[in-house]
Write a new protein. Structure first.
Ligand code: SAM
Ligand code: SF4
Length: 361
């Protein structure tokens, strides 16, 4: 099967073994008794969407939460029930504590061809500061399992800016990550999310200058290892860029399944009820799981499109800025290497992407 316009599917698995104190995602550590009913509800929500003509997916992303906490066979069978194009990119987000080669082979049998591994750091005291439960050996074993299971692609997620992380710690995390020879890496500055325990402890908040230095280190070492920056926080070998992420950045349509999952169709965005209990109850009683929706006006859509694309190597049309602003942005944006009608961020510009977005004409 093939499809012309990309369409993405996201499945949310809201269970975690423990809650990281910086995380604001819809996840719970005391709901293991709901796993069975939750997976059934997920399956039902998908069947209902397919029955009313959901487009064929070009990418699927199973995220969380911790997808590796639910039985792999059940997850695989749900993934296999989603209609996809023949060359679909299908990713499962994995925690290094849980990954094993049998689990990955089970995913593989359902068409999964990409793993995103939550490494976060390779420094024991930084992992402890982040409240993570895995260690360096878990990461090494997971990467080995990913290779043994013949996964065609994988991503390693890392975070910089945790309390107690020195520049040397971060440099050595990046070196360790590069040594795994990953086809894709995402490096995120630790963000203080409102309402998290981290938000209530200002002495542990990251410092902007320290994070900028760490971004420079990441970009330099990933770049010299052949990983090309294609979005502010993402680096990949050619051909391993995440198609699912690009679909979000290019404002294509996507459908999210599960509690708190977001969907988008032609400028209308909606999201499901937040808790797994409410989600399960509604699906089981044939109710509507949609919690709320918004329709974006043309101006908001344009702003979001420019803001997202500016962060990518697609860049944006040069006339998104006035002539005067372009002069002010000297050294921060440059002409696109293959398209004179567009501009892209420089390395220095990437550090100021948000501020630059406030200058659109
Ligand atoms: C929500 S987690 C889900 C995957 C998995 N449970 C994990 O933690 O690795 C997905 C990614 O979001 C990123 N993330 C979550 N909270 C963050 C925060 N406050 N600041 C920066 N990155 C964050 C981490 O890099 C993480 O790998
Ligand atoms: S394991 Fe991942 S999803 Fe779960 S609490 Fe930690 S960061 Fe959030």
């Amino acid at each position: 099967m093939s499809s012309t316009s990309p369409f993405g599917v996201y499945l949310h698995i809201p269970f975690c073994a423990s809650k990281c104190d910086y995380c604001a995602f819809a996840t719970w550590t005391d709901r293991a008794h709901l796993v069975d009913r939750y997976l059934e509800a997920l399956r039902t929500e998908i069947v209902r969407a397919v029955d009313v003509g959901m487009p064929i997916a070009s990418t699927v992303f199973v995220g969380g939460g911790t997808p590796t906490l639910v039985p792999p066979e059940r997850l695989a069978s749900i993934v296999a029930s989603i209609p996809v194009v023949s060359d679909a990119e299908i990713t499962v987000e994995c925690n290094p504590d849980d990954v094993g080669v049998d689990m990955l082979r089970t995913y593989r049998s359902a068409g999964v061809n990409r793993i995103s591994l939550g490494v976060q750091s390779m420094s024991p005291h930084v992992l402890a500061s982040l409240g993570r439960t895995h260690d360096r050996d878990n990461v090494a074993r997971s990467v080995e399992a990913i290779r043994s299971a013949d996964m065609p692609s994988f991503n390693l997620d890392v975070i910089y800016g945790a309390a107690g992380e020195s520049l040397a710690d971060w440099r050595s995390t990046v070196r360790d990550v590069v040594a795994f020879d990953p086809p894709h890496v995402s490096a995120y500055g630790l963000t203080v999310e409102a309402g998290t325990p981290l938000a209530a402890q200002p002495d542990r908040h990251p410092d902007d200058d320290d994070q900028a230095d760490k971004y420079d280190i990441a970009d330099e070492l990933f770049g010299s290892a052949g990983l090309e920056n294609y979005e502010v926080s993402n680096w990949a070998r050619p051909g391993h860029e995440s198609r699912h992420n690009f679909l979000y950045w290019r404002q294509h349509d996507y459908r999210g399944f599960g509690c708190a999952a977001h969907s988008h169709r032609s400028g209308r965005r909606w999201w499901n009820v937040r808790t797994p209990e409410r989600y399960i109850d509604l699906v089981e009683s044939d109710g509507d799981v949609e919690a709320s929706a918004e329709v974006l006006d043309d101006e908001t859509r344009r702003f979001e499109r420019l803001q997202l694309l500016l962060r990518t190597r697609d860049g944006i049309p040069v006339d998104s800025f006035t002539e005067e602003t372009l002069v002010l942005l000297d050294g921060l944006v440059v002409p696109h290497p293959d398209d004179a009608t567009r501009v892209v961020l420089t390395h220095r510009g990437r550090l100021m992407a948000n501020e630059i977005s406030l200058r659109f004409a």
